[in-house]
Design a protein around this ligand. Structure first.
Ligand SMILES: Cc1cc2nc3c(=O)[nH]c(=O)nc-3n(C[C@H](O)[C@H](O)[C@H](O)COP(=O)(O)OP(=O)(O)OC[C@H]3O[C@@H](n4cnc5c(N)ncnc54)[C@H](O)[C@@H]3O)c2cc1C
Length: 309
């Protein structure tokens, strides 16, 4: 049942009519607040204050994807540049994470690369970091190419890889020579079983395998390893592997989304792990929010409850 609901929700995320109409519904607008503090840069930065006190860093993403006009990509770059300025002024330990298709990958790959360079340069100049999100499987090759080109001149950049894809262990091998920064996630899109593991057991096993490989490689090369998951049990398994191999707690960091497992984020930070919270902002939240519902269909009930007075 969950698998069917997940498929439906991911279809809703992609459907253009729903993308245009659903965000106008007040109950949806109310429900999404559980996962994002607000639409504006100030909303996002204000949410960092309490986290910073607890020693939890932040990562920011402006919602929006698959833009069709390059002018929209330019606006997105300006928005992230303003966000970086806000991070600097407020002295926040904050980084940014962008989607290639919000920087024009569907329209003009070279323009997208130029935008990545602009943002990586701005992030680097203030000691911050640029992460590249991974979108559906049709973008993986191009996203890896963009990252390899970018990383050649901009070391403070990282990429997200998805453990549900069968190819990911090979992609790690391909990236290792450039000493990458990798944020490992399970994967949020609807992919066919020919290219993706479908059961939680298989995805978790691949996640564990890839994470352990990264930790092992990290002993001899300067890798940055991020575990982008709310699966605290899986994080504990990885942490146990690390401890058994004498790898220190700060060899990896754990990144979770704002509003999800907040208590566990604080507990991990208190136990000496490096923790980061990813804060999303912006008006174009609909497809992103549908993917959050698909990850945990019980969240649909929460959304529907917002219909009650
Ligand atoms: C920092 C970060 C960056 C990400 N970047 C990308 C990306 O670039 N590309 C991409 O494809 N995916 C990305 N994702 C999403 C990711 O792929 C998964 O879809 C998502 O994290 C859910 O999987 P999980 O690892 O939390 O594990 P799961 O096995 O799905 O969940 C483990 C437990 O976490 C809790 N949980 C998980 N999701 C939710 C939720 N939505 N609401 C409430 N509780 C929940 C539940 O208690 C669940 O039992 C990112 C996730 C994070 C945390």
């Amino acid at each position: 049942m969950n698998a069917v609901l997940r498929k439906i929700l991911l279809w809703c995320a992609r459907n253009q009519w729903m993308r245009d109409h659903m965000p106008r519904l007040p109950f949806m607008q109310k429900a999404v607040r559980r996962f994002m503090p607000g639409d504006t840069i100030d909303d996002a930065l204000n949410a960092a204050v309490d986290l910073q006190v607890l020693g939890i860093g932040t990562m920011y993403t402006k919602l929006g994807e698959n833009i069709t006009e390059l002018a929209q990509a330019q606006q997105t770059v300006e928005n992230y540049t303003a966000l970086l300025a806000g991070i600097k002024t407020a002295e926040i330990d904050g980084e940014i994470s962008v989607k290639p298709t919000q920087l024009g990958l569907d329209v003009d790959e070279d323009a997208c690369f130029t935008h990545l360079v602009t943002l990586a340069t701005a992030a680097e100049a203030q000691g911050s970091y640029l992460w590249i999100d991974m979108e559906d499987s049709s973008y993986v090759d191009r996203t890896l190419d963009l990252y390899q080109r970018l990383r050649a001149t901009h070391p403070r950049t990282g990429i997200c890889l998805q453990a549900y894809l069968r190819r990911t262990a090979k992609d790690v091998e391909r990236l290792l020579p450039i000493n990458p920064a990798i944020r490992l996630v399970k994967g949020a899109y609807d992919e066919p079983k020919t290219i993706a593991f479908k059961s939680k057991r298989e995805v978790d096993a691949n996640y564990l395998g890839v994470a352990v490989t990264l930790l092992r490689e990290g002993r001899t090369r300067p890798l940055r390893i991020g575990l982008g998951t709310h699966d605290v049990e899986l994080v504990q398994q990885i942490a146990s592997h690390a401890a058994a191999a004498g790898i220190p707690k700060d060899a990896f960091e754990v990144t979770m989304l704002f509003g999800i497992r907040a208590r566990e984020q604080r507990a991990l930070s208190r136990s000496g792990y490096r923790v980061q919270t990813l804060i999303a902002y912006g008006a174009a939240w609909y497809p992103w929010y549908m993917r959050r519902l698909a990850e945990r269909p019980a969240n649909v009930l929460f959304a529907l409850r917002q219909l009650l007075p």
